[in-house]
Design a protein around this ligand. Structure first.
Ligand code: DAH
Length: 362
C-alpha cells in the first residue's frame, strides 16, 4: 500500500466516522472498520503475505491508522451523545401548568379494617394472634369442643362437608374459629392468651349471612382466670371497638357445649324509625343487640386440649367480624361485602394509611 493509498484510506474511513448520524450507526461503522471482519482487520491479516521489513513498516502504518480511527470514533461518540441528550431534553420538556393526572389508589376492605382494629385492640391487651386451617377435621371442629357425634349443635352449623377420604376421615370447612382453641392448647402450654381471626363457612345465605364469613376467637387460660376477667376483657373490647366509652354491655345466660357457664353478650342500642344506633342514647339503651358468645372453657375441652382442668381454667369468646363491621360502619347487606364491586369498595373502603380508630376507647 503506497503512502498515498494509505492517506486516501484514512480520509475515507474518517469521513465515514464523521458522517455517522446516530450512536447505533456509529457502532455499525466501528464494527465495519475494526471488527473481526472489519476493513483494517482484513488489511492486518494480509500483512502475513509480505516480507519482514515491508510487513513491519505496513504494520506500523496500519496501527497508527487504527489509533486515529479509534480517536475519531470516540470524538464522534461524545458529539452524538451530547446531541441525543439535547434532543431528549427538548422533547421531554414538562409543562408545569398541566393539571396532575388522577392517582388511582386501592382501599382497605371493611372486613380487613375491622379485623385490623380487633387485632390492635387485643394486641394492646397482650393477646397474640393464632391461626388454624380453613379445612378442619371433625375432631377439632366438633368433638374436642365437646360436640360429640349426634349432638344437635352439629345440625345447627349447616356444615360444608368434604368427601370422606379413603381412611374414612371426615373433613369440614370449619364452621367457627373455635377449633383454633384446641390447636393452641395442643401446641402450647398455659398461660395462654390468643386471638384467632379468620374465615369460617356455613351453608347459609341472606342479607345477614354469607356462606363464607369471618370470626374472631379469643382464648385465655391461666391458673386463676375467672369470670371477672372475661367480663372486663369483653367490655373493654366492645367499648374500644365501637369507640363509645360508656357503651352498655350485657351478659345473658346461654348455652354452648364448649363453655360452662356460657353467656351471650349484648350491646346497648336504640332503634328509632327503623334506624339502629349503637350506644347509650338519652335514658339509656332502649334495646339490645347480640354480638358474641362467651363463657368459661368447659373442663372437658381443656382435657381434649391436653390441659389439666384441676390446675387451669380459662375463658373464651367468639364473634363475627363482618357483623361488627356492618354495625360500626353502617353497611346494610352482608352479601355486598363479597361482591367485589369496586364502586362499593371505593365507598366503604378505608384509606390504607389511616390509623385504626380503636385507640379512642382504650
Ligand atoms: N363458636 C361459636 C359460634 O360460632 C361462638 C362462640 C361462643 C365462641 C362461645 C366461643 C364461646 O369461644 O366461648 O357460634
Amino acid at each position: 500500500m503506497t503512502p498515498s493509498d494509505l492517506k486516501e484510506l484514512e480520509s475515507t474511513l474518517l469521513n465515514k466516522v464523521k458522517s455517522s448520524d446516530s450512536l447505533r450507526n456509529l457502532d455499525n461503522i466501528r464494527v465495519s472498520i475494526l471488527g473481526r471482519k472489519g476493513e483494517i482487520t482484513e488489511y492486518m491479516k494480509s500483512l502475513s503475505a509480505l516480507g519482514n521489513d515491508e510487513r513491519k513498516k505496513a504494520g506500523q502504518n496500519l496501527n497508527s491508522l487504527k489509533s486515529s480511527i479509534i480517536e475519531a470514533i470516540s470524538v464522534r461518540q461524545n458529539e452524538l451523545e451530547a446531541e441525543e441528550l439535547e434532543g431528549r431534553l427538548l422533547k421531554e420538556k414538562s409543562d408545569v401548568t398541566l393539571p396532575i393526572r388522577p392517582k388511582t389508589k386501592g382501599s382497605i376492605h371493611p372486613v380487613s379494617q375491622a379485623m385490623e382494629e380487633c387485632v390492635a385492640i387485643f394486641g394492646q391487651m397482650g393477646f397474640s394472634v393464632a391461626e388454624g386451617p380453613d379445612i378442619e377435621d371433625d375432631f377439632h371442629n366438633f368433638t374436642a369442643l365437646n360436640i360429640p357425634p349426634e349432638h344437635p349443635a352439629r345440625q345447627m352449623h349447616d356444615t360444608f362437608y368434604l368427601p370422606e377420604s379413603d381412611e374414612g376421615e371426615k373433613l369440614v370447612l370449619r364452621t367457627h374459629t373455635s377449633p383454633v382453641q384446641i390447636r393452641t392448647m395442643e401446641n402450647s402450654s398455659p398461660p395462654i392468651r390468643i386471638i384467632a381471626p379468620g374465615r369460617t363457612y356455613r351453608s347459609d345465605s341472606d342479607s345477614t349471612h354469607t356462606p363464607m364469613f369471618h370470626q374472631i376467637e379469643a382464648l385465655v387460660i391461666d391458673e386463676e382466670t375467672h369470670m371477672g376477667h372475661l367480663k372486663g376483657c369483653i367490655i373493654d373490647f366492645c367499648r374500644a371497638f365501637f369507640g363509645i366509652p360508656d357503651l352498655p354491655v350485657r351478659f345473658r345466660p346461654s348455652h354452648f357445649p364448649f363453655t360452662e357457664p356460657s353467656m351471650e353478650v349484648d350491646i346497648g342500642c336504640s332503634r328509632e324509625n327503623d334506624e339502629l344506633k349503637i350506644g347509650n342514647f338519652g335514658d339509656g339503651a332502649n334495646n339490645w343487640l347480640e354480638i358474641m358468645g362467651s363463657g368459661m372453657v368447659h373442663p372437658k375441652v381443656l382435657e381434649f386440649g391436653g390441659i389439666n382442668p384441676q390446675e387451669y381454667q380459662g375463658f373464651a369468646f367468639g364473634l363475627g367480624i363482618d357483623r361488627i363491621a356492618m354495625l360500626k360502619y353502617g353497611i346494610p347487606d352482608l352479601r355486598t361485602f363479597f361482591d367485589a364491586d369496586l364502586r362499593w369498595l371505593s365507598h366503604y373502603g378505608f384509606d390504607p394509611l389511616s390509623i385504626p380508630s380503636m385507640i379512642r376507647g382504650l
